[in-house]
Design a protein around this ligand. Sequence first.
Ligand code: G3P
Length: 216
Amino acid sequence: MDFYIDTANIDDIKKYNALGIVDGVTTNPSLIAKEGVSLEKRIKEIAEVVDGPISTEVLATDYKEMIEEARKYVTWHKNIVVKIPMTVDGMKALKILAKEGIKVNITLIFSASQALIAAKNGATYVSPFVGRLDDISEDGMGLINEIITIYSNYNFDTKVIVASVRHPRHVVDSAIMGADIATVPPAILDKLFKHPLTDKGVKAFLSDWEKVKNLQ
Ligand code: G3P
């Protein structure tokens, strides 16, 4: 299972990349907007740090403009994956870009039928948003299970990126279900490492050793 980091913050990307847990990066217009830097500059900076897929989202809503943006993005770096929303225009753009060999991540997936259509049109990745479904009392991880079953039934190559991750349980359940990737915000990556019994155990070992360390 791959872990992507779901942020455009370059300091966080460097920090978690150094821990060896970053296989790729996902960004979106909201994440880029927080950074106060141009999209192109930030994506190129990320590409210098992480050797893996970097999802870069189109801003156009019309399919012809989406295609133009996609073709421009892929000139920035070999690892660029173009992120396109799950709209009718998005599907038209996907069909054409997939034929050109451009890798596309279809985002804002909230149903299994959307994931099925995206796979049929040649998406390299789909991004179902589990947290936003949970937020409205739907079953985010239930959707992941449905998509994985459908893709397995028909041997689709499309990879599932579990997105809108809110807590470590989303990541663990993704792994149990066999999702290809979870894209995780920095604060949740921290929580994946932590357990109070680990901290307590380290403290107790050191304190016990303190009592005997001078014995000959
Ligand atoms: O990158 C897209 C997705 O992960 C957004 O998450 O927390 O805004 O629902 P969130």
